[in-house]
Design a protein around this ligand. Structure first.
Ligand code: GDP
Length: 445
């Protein structure tokens, strides 16, 4: 502290929300720095469950500033829904600040995401179809609409028009595809809506005027929260107070360093916190990684330690491994220390939080992957840089004694089989999750 980054050390859903919530106790601001509403953090407080897709996990502390940084892409309708939901549950969102430079997920991004995945068929990436990838693509193409644009109707309209125009072809293809699908399903072709899907028609999702109007009204509601959040973060840090930079998704889904193309469309690693929040590398003092005591992955892509047996089912069911955002079943497997060591290096982690140890209770022999064996029989101690090698790599395991005790009441590290992990990746484990509740955690100083 005072600049602390929290990142996912595996393929996401590691329990970053809970760890952020705990560490936020001694922080002044919590900033999300990348991703969109494809993330889903769950926090359980006093038996009550909160799920966040966009709002930083610190929101449950009314006195902390919560920031949606410039690196995040946000769907304003979804964000307002989340704000309303929190207000209904009596949570004050007065301290929520949104970067004026963050990009907006527009209705055409959502349609393009779905169309892209449908087109890929079996090769689909497994995106959440929330428009995140197309939104980041428009950002890079300099066709993005930013939060600040919501505050100027004329600019907003001009920018939406410019962004829509080059998409006509793609959207036309989409409507043709839709018609084809309907025909295949034996439905009456809804000619009107298929044709109207191409700008200028009354489909509110694609009509320039309706879209502009809806977004102007989003702007009115979001205006009190819009700010220069880079300045805000720097001011907090300059006063010697603590800022937590909260990553979404995880290291192995990183656009540059993950298992491309089965990755997210942003950079969830610690280095991206600076860009996505508008601070400098010298502001970062500590990097914490969050890993489950086993491993899960949503969507397609290589996963060497995946289990398709009763142990995998045990993890799925005991760990409630269903996506917070999509409800999809997560693929489950043993913890992969080759991949974890790679994540430790990429993020230059100082500390690890290991979550969901309780889920492994009752499994007689625990396994941890310590190396891979390539198709040709070569021993791979490091995470291979070539995707084809990773796809066919077979994990080799070390066995650790299992435990049958109920660890959910456990509050000390003795007897928990974690030393091996800390030694292997050479990072101290500072927190161990032994249940979803806020107090079901072992802290190690
Ligand atoms: P995030 O996106 O990394 O924050 O992870 P999610 O919120 O999608 O998934 C974590 C899930 O695991 C949530 O339902 C948490 O309540 C739950 N969880 C977190 N830590 C623990 C733990 O130590 N044990 C158990 N059983 N559940 C946990």
């Amino acid at each position: 502290m005072p600049g602390l980054v929290i990142v996912g050390a595996q393929w996401g859903d590691e329990g970053k929300g809970k760890v952020t919530d705990l560490l936020a106790e001694s922080a002044d601001a919590v900033v999300r720095f990348q991703g969109g509403n494809n993330a889903g953090h769950t926090i359980v407080r006093d038996g009550e469950e909160f799920k966040f897709h966009l709002i930083p996990s610190g929101i449950l502390y009314p006195e902390k500033t919560c920031v949606i940084g410039n690196g995040v892409v946000l769907d304003p309708g979804i964000l307002l829904g989340e704000i309303d939901g929190l207000r209904r549950r009596g949570i004050d969102v007065g301290n929520l600040r949104i970067s004026a430079n963050a990009h907006l997920i527009m209705p055409y991004h959502v349609l393009l995401d779905t169309a892209g995945e449908t087109k890929l068929g079996k090769l689909s990436i497994g995106t959440t179809r929330r428009g995140i990838g197309p939104c980041y693509a428009d950002k890079a193409l300099r066709l993005g609409i930013r939060v600040q644009d919501l505050l100027d109707e004329k600019i907003l309209r001009t920018k939406i028009r410019a962004a829509l125009e080059p998409k006509q072809q793609a959207l036309r293809e989409l409507s043709v595809q839709r018609r084809k699908l309907r025909k295949e399903a034996g439905e009456e072709a809804d000619k009107a809506s298929a044709e109207q899907a191409i700008g200028g028609a009354p489909d509110p999702r694609l009509d320039l005027h309706a879209m502009t109007e809806a977004h102007v009204s989003y702007g009115h509601r979001l205006e009190p929260h819009i700010a220069d959040t880079s300045r805000l973060c720097c001011e907090v840090l300059d006063e010697g107070r603590t800022v937590i930079f909260e990553g979404a998704q995880a290291t192995l889904l990183d656009l540059d360093h993950g298992t491309y193309p089965f990755v997210t469309s942003s950079n969830p690693i610690a280095g991206a916190a600076c860009v996505g929040a508008g601070v400098g590398p010298t502001d970062i003092d500590e990097v914490w990684g969050v890993a489950k005591a086993y491993a899960t992955r949503v969507g397609a892509g290589p996963f060497p330690t995946e289990l398709e047996d009763e142990v995998g089912r045990h993890m799925l069911e005991r760990g409630h491994e269903y996506g917070t955002t999509t409800g999809r079943e997560r693929r489950c497997g043993w913890i992969d220390l080759v991949a974890l060591r790679y994540a430790v290096r990429l993020n230059r982690m100082n500390a690890l939080a290991v979550t969901k140890l309780d889920v492994l209770s009752g499994i007689e022999r625990l396994r941890v992957a310590v190396r891979y064996r390539s198709k040709e029989g070569a021993v791979l101690d490091r995470f291979p840089y070539h995707q084809s090698i990773l796809h066919s790599a077979q994990p080799e395991y070390e066995e650790l004694p299992g435990f049958d005790v109920d660890v959910t009441g456990c509050r000390s590290l003795a007897d928990l089989p974690l030393d091996f992990i800390a030694d292997f990746v050479d990072v101290p484990i500072r927190l161990v999750g032994v249940g979803p509740g806020r107090d079901q955690v072992v802290r190690i100083d």
